[in-house]
Write a protein that binds this ligand. Structure first.
Ligand code: SAM
Length: 246
């Protein structure tokens, strides 16, 4: 008998441990072509979404930043350029392959950042330490989103801010065309580029299972964040949620 608590992995019901293992398999499988696929799938738009996120971060020279589920390190790199030598940017991820890729990419660009392999639900950092915490395209994959949000809140200093960039609910009239693109084209491109159609089907399904803009806003408020607002990007394909700890 399966005694694990149940959750979802895309449209499938699975045990919580199975979900964590399958999410790990997804990123182990796609890591080598992860950045190329981001550019192909979004037509380069993910760069603009991330630039928008940096612009709302308030991060400046000397800031301490935690990039959670940072993967191949796009946000960490942009933050590192802002904080200068007197600041600190931690690149973290649960997945060793993604973290190694991120660390190596940053080193190639001349940034040797501290890295930590850790679960967002149990962060190995002290209370009230960071000025800014970012989480881009990671929350969707997490099993206990409330627990992760509570941890992000804990490690922020009073006055600090959380930025959650994630796929969201697209403007309704565009949903049919977006569905066709997500379920028919993206898995095929995934198959061609990474020989892994299933991971990109999971991507499309997990986006549909993720809380919409208003729900995520309430979840952040429940975790203790204040002045929570969101910005729809590209008609809600993606939303940036921002909240403060006071
Ligand atoms: C789609 S990638 C996003 C990477 C990067 N933030 C970006 O925007 O390109 C999602 C990342 O979330 C990580 N992840 C999934 N579950 C996690 C967890 N519970 N804690 C920390 N990282 C997690 C994965 O390993 C993966 O690297």
């Amino acid at each position: 008998m399966n005694t694990q608590n149940q959750t979802h992995f895309g449209f499938e019901q699975v045990g919580e441990d199975d979900k964590a293992r399958r999410v790990a398999d997804v990123f182990d499988s796609v890591v080598q072509r992860y950045d190329l696929m981001n550019d192909l799938m979004s037509g380069g738009l993910h760069r603009l979404w991330k630039a928008f996120t940096i612009g709302r971060s308030g991060v400046r020279e000397g800031s301490r930043v935690l990039d959670v589920a940072g993967g191949s390190g796009d946000l960490s790199l942009a933050f590192a350029r802002r904080v200068g030598k007197s600041g600190q940017v931690w690149l973290t991820d649960i997945n060793n392959a993604m973290l190694t890729r991120g660390r190596d990419r940053l080193a190639d660009k001349g940034f040797l950042l501290p890295v930590a392999q850790c679960d967002a639900e149990k962060l190995p950092f002290p209370d009230a330490y960071f000025d800014c915490v970012s989480l881009a395209f990671g929350l969707r994959n997490m099993t206990h989103k409330d627990q992760a949000l509570a941890e992000l809140f804990r490690v922020l200093r009073p006055g600090g801010r959380l930025l959650v960039l994630e796929f969201s609910c697209i403007w309704k009239p565009l949903a049919p065309i977006y569905d066709a693109y997500s379920f028919k084209i993206i898995p095929r491109v995934g198959e061609l580029v990474t020989q892994d159609e299933a991971s990109y089907r999971y991507l499309a399904e997990s986006i549909r299972m993720h809380p919409d803009q208003e729900t995520l806003q309430s979840m952040m408020e429940d975790a203790g964040f204040e002045n929570v607002e969101y910005f729809n990007l590209t008609m809600g394909v993606v939303a940036l949620h921002r909240g403060f700890k006071f």
